[in-house]
Design a protein around this ligand. Structure first.
Ligand SMILES: Cc1ncc(COP(=O)(O)O)c(C=O)c1O
Length: 431
């Protein structure tokens, strides 16, 4: 994308029209209507630059990395490591603090299994900090995506530690007065942005509470890294996870950020080829991070394409993307609130938001809402969005979610709002 506007000017309609040309799928017709894609929170669409980068790698450089002595292998290794540096710069990390994973879910499991492996004695004295037992506590929240909840439930079950959950208030906001962090807390795992409510959590307060008791902090940045400028050092977190497919990249690639000294002390999760120095039939010595955590043949074309996605986002400018999406998010919330019969989840929470809102229409199942909108070419997410505890707390089993990205327009949000009003008229459930 080339833009005539300055780096911090808001994205103008003409900028968005121009960048939409880079996304072939946005010109698709669905059910006889132009596609209105409002499901970027689930997975984002990819510009030509990303599609081309993956194809170009496969067509010209394809080879396994960190293994072969031939020229292609060396070049593939170089672009793979360059991609790591690109992601590291994007989130304020060092190159050796980025571990490639297949997605955020695997990244969270990697950390949880490092704790578990340390608990059974792996990693030696250096891994002491990761050992858990009865009396130790893991803290997470009632707002989490299942990916940042179930691995901790499993870790608690394997180690005898206790899982404590920061509750939500009636609006759905984190109860910071009930932060559950005590001298027994070993790790706090919390989402930066809710994938259901779209609110940006005040994680600095929780990080400070964790720091006070010497607990580690894992930040689920799945819904923040794509939409906001992110600096893991400024946030002072120990770990952060993200998924490439939510930030214009391909599926099959995600990452774990881990503070260098922690990665150095952590035992591995997956083991096998490419993560060792010497192996005998009875034991193995491991490479330093990040390779220690990257067992097996790596997802090179996906990493290269993710780097192209990050270059694209950086060229548009993350502050501009964040401002554009905050405005669309407000338009979504205001528009939905104004429709009689709609309950917007988390509407009472006084926090900044990204471009994402979920709602319930009492009397209509979210699957019917989704189907009705789909007939108009409008793609949204329906169901519990992998956040059953949050939905239960708010007294609903499911909701409909609209989520935007840099390529979303006001006209799309308005078409969606018209569609929601028409759904209510069709089902005759106006209050
Ligand atoms: C907040 C949050 N955390 C974790 C995940 C899991 O991401 P993935 O399925 O790409 O591993 C998601 C995906 O929807 C998410 O929104």
């Amino acid at each position: 994308m080339s833009s005539s506007t300055t780096a911090d000017a808001p994205l103008a309609e003409t900028d968005i029209a121009r960048l939409r040309e880079d996304f072939p799928i946005l010109h698709t017709q669905v059910n006889g209507h132009p596609l209105v894609y409002l499901d970027s929170g689930a997975t984002s669409q990819r510009p030509f630059a990303v599609l081309d980068a993956e194809r170009e790698f496969a067509a010209t450089l394809n080879a396994a990395v960190h293994r072969g002595a031939h020229t292609l292998a060396a070049e593939a290794t170089e672009v793979f490591e360059d991609a790591r540096s690109t992601l590291a710069r994007f989130i304020g990390a060092g190159d050796d603090e980025i571990v490639w994973t297949s997605n955020a879910t695997e990244a969270i499991n990697l950390v949880a299994y490092a704790f578990s492996n340390a608990t059974v004695g792996r990693g030696g004295p250096a891994a002491e900090r990761f050992r858990l037992g009865q009396g130790d506590e893991i803290v997470t929240t009632e707002m989490e995506h299942h990916a940042n909840l179930i691995p901790w439930q499993e870790l608690a079950a394997r180690t005898g530690a206790t899982l404590r959950v920061i509750p939500l208030d009636d609006d759905g906001a984190l109860r910071l007065d009930e932060n559950r962090i005590t001298a027994r807390t070993k790790i706090l795992a919390v989402t930066h942005v809710s994938n259901v409510l779209g609110v940006i959590n005040p994680v600095d307060q929780l990080v400070a509470a964790a720091r006070d008791v010497g607990a580690l902090v894992l930040l689920d940045a799945c819904q923040s890294a794509p939409h906001l400028p992110l600096d893991v050092r400024a946030l002072d977190v120990d770990f952060a996870v993200l998924s490439g497919h939510k930030m214009l990249g391909p599926t099959g690639i995600g990452a774990l950020y881990g503070r260098r000294e922690l990665l150095e002390a952590m035992p591995p999760f997956l083991t096998g080829g490419s993560m060792i120095t010497t192996v005998t039939t009875t034991q193995a010595e491991y490479l330093p991070p990040p390779q220690r955590f990257e067992a097996g043949t790596q997802r090179v074309s996906q990493a290269v394409a993710l780097a192209a996605a990050i270059d694209y986002l950086s060229e548009v400018g993350m502050p501009r993307i964040a401002a554009h999406e905050a405005a669309l998010g407000q338009r979504l919330v205001d528009g939905l609130t104004a429709i009689d019969g709609v309950r917007v989840l988390g509407v009472g929470i006084d926090l900044p938001r990204v471009g994402l809102a979920s709602f319930d229409i009492p009397g209509i199942h979210s699957h019917d809402v989704g189907q009705f909108l789909d007939d108009r070419g409008i793609a949204v997410r329906v169901g519990h969005h992998c956040a059953q505890p949050l939905h239960r707390r708010l007294g609903v089993t499911a909701s409909t979610r609209a989520s935007t990205y840099l390529y979303s327009t006001e006209a799309e949000v308005d078409a969606f709002l018209d569609g929601v009003a028409a759904t209510i008229d069709f089902f005759g459930v106006r209050s």
